[in-house]
Design a protein around this ligand. Structure first.
Ligand code: ATP
Ligand code: MG
Length: 419
């Protein structure tokens, strides 16, 4: 991709009304555009990141046996009345159809749709277990839609629902999902700052588990056992005062962002929708369920919160919009060589953005750092005097000269060692 063709308009000055680091950096670097509080457009750069996050999550869900489907965002009120949540959910967007006068809701979560759906497919113990998931828009009338991508009123969530014959099988799959979530955060580059956290489980199980990423911009307070890499959410501190794994009482209090939440819902939703199966003895029983959510935008925002410096975003390679920013300084020969390098790198399958603009050195290097791709390849009169290009990682200050002949190989080698 050439910079001159990209939908991008970087602003180097901090926005005046910045509500958070991620909103500031992602807006200034043209990854997102705010439409209103809690509602964003993903621009081409932002969509590249979002799609990479989506593919990591999809891959892990498929590996865990999940079957992808897509449920609607528009819900009939009856389903929500059946679970009692039509009356009690503060965050539910409700409205009435102008023509039919039917009451409708915009889905903030999908138990109310997935239960009656799965009821049609589950009859006997032979139909269990089942795991379905979607990656889809959710709507929540959040009271405080602040924090950029961290708390939207419209946001994309992956939600998986699992259906089981008994508690042992639900417990088994819950552990499978725990591992999938760890894999997702590791692959997205925030694994070392993300902790499984004991949180309130509601009336059906003692705890649920959250995945909390340590960050000063987090809304949550957690108490961390460094040894076990396990945390307790402040909200359950009265029931659980020490590390659930090792009993350690010296926990570190930190701010954190909830980047995922997994729940055992047991029969909470299968009961109102009468999702039942016949067991081997011919007896009818309620199906047990688990639900496992992760916000894609919030994950993207969390990555920016924990991975940036004063110059801009520092993307992990796995989710960076491009692996390489190619920049040439000056015109004439530098431009011509850069064009050839761009074609070579692209042809060998490396994701590269070429800053082909005729801009000042300062502006080009600043925009490169702001966008935050892992590797910068620079071509200038100085590097050409040595038949070379200069390589620099976004995470480091040192540079390295490599010969133009064999540049693609050198770039591949550097990228293979980048996290
Ligand atoms: P929170 O406590 O932060 O309001 P929640 O517990 O209501 O979130 P869940 O219903 O468990 O969230 O949703 C699953 C996941 O979806 C969360 O872990 C988070 O990653 C994401 N998520 C929830 N609400 C939002 C939101 N308003 N904007 C962006 N992502 C969200
Ligand atoms: Mg939660």
């Amino acid at each position: 991709m050439k910079y001159s063709e990209l939908l991008v308009k970087t602003r180097r000055d901090k926005s005046k009304d910045i509500e958070s680091i991620n909103a500031d950096l992602l807006t200034r670097a043209s990854f997102v555009d705010q439409v209103m509080a809690g509602v964003y457009t993903y621009l081409p750069l932002g969509l590249r990141v979002l799609t990479k996050i989506e593919n990591i999550i999809r891959d892990e869900m498929n590996k865990a046996g999940g079957q992808e489907l897509l449920m609607p965002a528009l819900h009939p009120a009856e389903n929500w009345k059946k679970t009692g949540r039509w009356e009690t959910e503060d965050n539910l967007f409700r409205f009435t159809s102008y023509y039919s006068k039917n009451e409708l809701a915009l889905g903030p979560t999908h138990e109310e749709i997935v239960m009656p759906l799965m009821k049609k497919f589950i009859n006997s113990y032979r139909d269990l277990p089942k795991y379905v998931y979607q990656i889809q828009d959710k709507f929540r009338d959040e009271k405080r839609a602040k924090g950029g991508l961290l708390r939207g009123r419209e946001f994309i969530m992956k939600d998986l629902y699992s259906f089981h014959a008994d508690e042992a099988d639900l417990d088994r799959y819950y552990e499978v999902m725990k591992q999938s979530y760890v894999n997702i955060y590791n692959r997205a580059g925030i694994g070392d700052k993300t902790y499984i956290t004991f949180a309130s489980g509601g009336s059906f199980s003692k705890f649920s588990h959250e995945y909390q990423t340590e960050s000063l911009s987090g809304e949550d307070t957690i108490f961390l056992c460094e040894k076990c890499r396990v945390a307790i959410n402040k909200e359950v501190l009265e029931f659980q005062k020490n590390c659930p794994e090792c009993g350690n009482e010296k926990l570190r209090e930190v701010k954190a962002i909830e980047v995922g939440n997994i729940f055992k819902n047991m029969t909470k939703y299968t009961e109102p929708f009468e999702v039942k199966y016949t067991d081997e003895g011919g007896k009818e029983r309620l199906v047990l369920t688990g639900c496992y959510g992760i916000g894609l935008g919030r994950l993207m925002g969390a990555i920016v919160e924990v991975s940036h410096d004063e110059r801009g975003i520092v993307w992990p390679l796995s989710v960076a919009p491009f692996a390489v920013t190619l920049t040439h300084l000056g015109s004439g020969k530098s431009y011509e060589v850069a064009e050839k390098v761009y074609e070579e790198l692209t042809a060998s399958g490396i994701e590269v953005i070429w800053d082909d603009r005729d801009e000042s050195v300062g502006a080009k290097l600043a925009d490169c750092d702001l966008m935050g791709n892992p590797l910068r390849v620079l071509i200038s009169e100085k590097t050409l005097a040595e038949d070379s290009a200069e390589l620099k990682l976004r995470t480091e200050d040192k540079t390295e000269m490599v010969k133009l002949a064999g540049l693609t190989k050198s770039v591949e080698k550097v990228l293979a060692n980048v996290k």
